[in-house]
Design a binder for this molecule. Structure first.
Ligand code: IPM
Ligand code: MG
Length: 374
């Protein structure tokens, strides 16, 4: 068959699938009310690379912090197996079926970074989990108190450039990828951001797109966000293109004026690494992936293979996964424990420099310091 015809057939299938997904989204789903649950299961998946090293320490901290609710059976920490690159490669899938079933039997998941092979067709486990668990809001806070920076990024997490990122078409000598934006998908993310702003006394939300270039998808993102913004007249809304927003975030004269950001998937991926670096590095930033039924909390960074190659794994910084744990506890309604962990983490970070090598503290020593400050 002619390769263009083949590509058109593939595109038709993709459109049909995406339309079904959109129709499902339009039906909506009620969010879990954790205050009504008497038993909440927290899955812990260590991941790859430095993942098991930082996860072990974070689990140790949680075990002590949550000793009471754990012993009362109000909370449960449950180890998830099989989410390793060895197992995933052997089975040829990004998330094995059995592992996904274990995760779905939990309420929330604390996940270490997972490796994704370069090239090939295996999707990133993050992308699979975000889609399978419908975790549509990627919430990434960045704070630099001494500079007055207190940002929260709401990155769309289930569509945009990612939803068909492994399913583009390659013709002889050329390749085409697809980006998908839906009304329902954009609306629920944008509402999450404005609701967060309203609940937390924020009065400014900044929408970030490249609607001058990506006219259909970002054009839709922009107009849907404008409609949502109109429902929150007490909050000031502005819109920026991603390129100038990148410049704004490294401009100390204006950056502390921003509060809450709403962005499509890929721009959010890129700009939150930049923002985390302003805070002190990607090792310091946590990330929450929120859906109505499930939620997953993780470090913003990857598996750091170079640290392991250089024998420096023990110096990995667990801060980002500890921050993710703070967000997890807040999400399930354990706000007192979340505040205790946050304060202990801040105290440990002030006392122990983490440099990623022997000039700084080890991951274990850092966790000891957190425990001592609880
Ligand atoms: C992130 C990561 C992931 C992403 C990768 C691992 C697929 O960079 O969570 O930001 O691009 O979303
Ligand atoms: Mg990223």
């Amino acid at each position: 068959m002619d390769e263009i015809q083949q590509a058109v057939d593939q595109f038709r299938t993709l459109l049909q699938e995406q339309r079904s997904r959109m129709l499902r989204l339009e039906q909506g789903q009620e969010a879990v009310d954790y205050s009504k649950k008497d038993h909440i299961v927290i899955g812990v998946a260590p991941g790859d690379g430095i993942g098991p090293i930082i996860s072990r320490q974070v689990r140790r901290v949680l075990q002590q912090l949550l000793a009471q609710p754990l012993s009362q059976g109000k909370l449960e920490l449950r180890d998830i197996t099989g989410l390793t690159i060895e197992n995933r490669t052997a089975l040829g899938v990004s998330v094995p079926e059995d592992t996904l079933a274990q995760i779905k039997a939990c309420d929330v998941l604390l996940k270490g970074p997972t490796a994704t092979p370069k090239g090939g067709t295996m999707e990133s486990a993050n992308v699979t989990l975000r889609r399978e668990l419908d975790l549509y809001a990627n919430v990434r806070p960045v704070t630099v108190p001494e500079e007055g920076i207190d940002w929260v990024f709401f990155r769309e997490n289930t569509e945009g450039e990612y939803v068909l990122g492994s399913r583009g078409v390659a013709l002889d000598g050329m390749a085409v990828d697809f980006k998908v934006t839906t009304d329902a998908g954009t609306r629920r993310l944008c509402r999450a951001a404005f609701d967060y702003a309203r609940r937390n006394g924020k009065n400014r939300v900044s929408i970030v797109t490249k609607a001058n270039l990506m006219k259909k998808t970002d054009g839709k993102f922009s107009s849907v966000c404008a409609a949502v913004a109109a429902e929150y007249p007490q909050i000031h809304t502005d819109e920026w293109y991603i390129d100038i927003m990148a410049a704004n975030l490294v401009n100390p004269a204006i950056r502390s004026g921003f509060q809450v950001f709403v962005l499509p998937n890929l721009y959010g991926d890129i700009i939150t690494d930049l923002a985390a670096q302003i805070q002190g590095g990607v090792g310091t930033a946590g990330s929450a992936n929120i859906g109505n039924r499930y939620a997953m909390f993780e470090a913003i960074h990857g598996t750091a293979p170079r640290m392991l190659e250089e024998g420096l794994g023990d110096y990995a910084n667990p801060s980002s996964l500890l921050k993710a744990a703070v967000m997890l506890l807040t999400h399930i309604g354990c706000s007192a424990e979340a505040a205790r962990l946050d304060a202990a983490l801040t105290a440990a970070a002030a006392a122990l420099p983490m440099t990623g090598d022997a000039s700084g503290a080890t991951c274990e020593a850092f966790a000891d310091a957190v425990l001592a400050n609880l």
